[in-house]
Design a protein around this ligand. Sequence first.
Ligand code: PHE
Length: 346
Amino acid sequence: MQEIQEKINQYRLKFEEEAVRVRDRQGLEALRVQFLGRKRGYITKLIENLKHLSPEERPLMGKEINELKTYILAKLEEIKHNVVKTQKKVSHLDLTLPGRQIPLGAPHPLVKLQEEIESIFYQMGFSVEDGPEIETDYYNFEALNFPPHHPARDDWDTIYVEGREDLLLRTHTSPVQIRAMEKRKPPIRIIIPGRVYRKETPDPTHLPMFFQVEGLVVDVGITFAHLKGTLESFLRRLFSERIKIRFRPSFFPFTEPSAEVDISCLVCQGKDSRCRVCRGSGWIEILGAGMVDPQVLKNVNIDPEKFSGFAFGMGIDRTAMFVYQINDMRLFYENDLRLLRQFNRQ
Ligand code: PHE
């Protein structure tokens, strides 16, 4: 009887050991056959061995064997449940599906263009300068040689801070020229991108807030030839090597002489008299520029007998319209992803 008792204990341990290793239905079936198989299962063998026992011992061991059998049956049922559950989980997991994409965001087309402009000027040895958007009358106008009666000072163009005659939202990036020249002495070679503000009713080509990029070079012996060379190589890099460029005489209070710079129309190359981009003229106005007025240099204590310089200013939004072929500037500010996505792969 002791022998059988030992076997029962052994099989129980063996079963427990093997049960934890079952991973799937085949493993489960093998375990069942090993213990409960009709011919060679361990339980069957145990029952067969009962006949060697005395009639008193038999029911005792029979009970023990039955208990083991019930235990094994219950355990097999439990394992079956777990196997089915994990198999269901596994079948939901399709490893061939592509991963979930996390949208990373992408630069706005205006930011992209600004960065492109910055990178071209970086390569020409310029650095980027910044300045305040709320300016004083001095930096926005006076130091830039605007006479008191100049129309740009009219309320119509300039947005003033309420109750403060001397504070305004800068109407151009040129005041940062003055701030930069006050801070450091020549040689100066900077560009100044940033927001500017004007009292405008929004329409396809006007906005009360838009972006400009300003340029300033001051050094010994700077001439109009440097201005032309710099702007020509910049515009060719930005648009195309094939564009034509022309300088028209113009006026700005802070440059003398002054010029407006046009490029040949990218869309019709001057061949379509009804072109919507250049309105048939064949030219697109891109920049204001000129040699820094000696009076402006005096205003910041730079000797105009020793130093000279050139400056230019360009509208980023306006230029973006030509670069991206968009006919309404307001679209840049509507944050419609259907438009914005067209300029980025994301
Ligand atoms: N500040 C001028 C404007 O806003 C552009 C400009 C900049 C012209 C620098 C000449 C030199 O129109």
